[in-house]
Design a protein around this ligand. Structure first.
Ligand code: PGA
Length: 247
């Protein structure tokens, strides 16, 4: 049985004052069976650690450098994230891919750098609306995964998570239907099964894209959906906790 995971992605939101209440509410309210994590902006990692250390809520970051150290102004390495107790780090979020030029090759390098630092990468994949309408969802998602498989191998996914996030569903209020999501999740798992049945069976594939308290249970009830990556709703404690409870 795969333990469900619900990970919040705060994106570029928050302040020391606002985070304190949110972190405390999540820490105190996350009581279900699912594993829970929050991925916060870099400056708030120390605060997340202070509030969450010793609780059942893990924390992580939203990006990581593909380099271990050096003259890379503005970048943050995996070992720095590990220093702050991060368990998870998102790699290849669609906003990184589309606004900051993270190519499949860069994402593959970031995935490897995260694992070298002992972090669990959450590899985000997903198609744009145009790609879905062109009928190439499977191809796009497979290409994004294959880039990482070519670099790190299937065995690496024993210590990783995949998040399927259709770009057209992120922050739009338009969720993939449970059937649409399940179809792609099954395709993702089948891709891994080609390389390793064991890895495919154990791999957690999260769904992300306008998950709310009202649609979480049905999405998480699909056989190949192992939890969620939650953007907007992770900023409101009651909403996030209701999603965690649904998992
Ligand atoms: P959303 O974001 O829940 O606000 O759609 C999901 C994400 O981008 O991870």
């Amino acid at each position: 049985m795969r333990t469900k995971l619900v990970a919040g992605n705060w994106k570029m939101h928050g302040s020391l004052a606002a985070n304190a209440g949110l972190l405390q509410a999540v820490r105190d309210g996350a009581t279900g069976k699912a594993e829970v994590a929050v991925c916060v902006p870099y400056p708030y990692l120390a605060q997340a650690r202070a509030e969450l250390d010793g609780s059942r809520v893990a924390w992580g970051a939203q990006d990581v450098s593909e380099h271990a150290q050096g003259a890379f102004t503005g970048e943050v390495s995996g070992s720095m994230l590990a220093d702050f107790g991060c368990r998870f780090v998102l790699v290849g979020h669609s906003e990184r891919r589309s606004f900051y030029g993270d190519t499949d090759a860069v994402v593959a390098a970031k995935f490897a750098a995260a694992q070298t630092a002992g972090l669990i990468p959450v590899l985000c994949v997903g198609e744009s609306l145009a790609e879905r309408e062109a009928g190439i969802t499977g191809e796009v998602v497979t290409r994004q995964i294959d880039a990482v498989l070519a670099n790190s191998g299937a065995g690496a996914f024993a210590r990783a998570v995949v998040a399927y996030e259709p770009v057209w569903a992120i922050g739009t209020g338009r969720t993939a239907s449970p059937q649409q999501a399940q179809e792609v999740h099954a395709l993702i798992r089948a891709r891994f099964a080609r390389d390793s049945a064991e890895v495919a069976t154990g791999l957690r594939v999260l769904y992300g894209g306008s998950v709310k308290a009202g649609n979480a249970a049905e999405l998480f009830g699909q056989p190949d959906i192992d939890g969620g990556l939650i953007g907007g709703a992770s900023l409101v404690a009651a909403d996030f906790l209701a999603i965690c409870a649904a998992a």
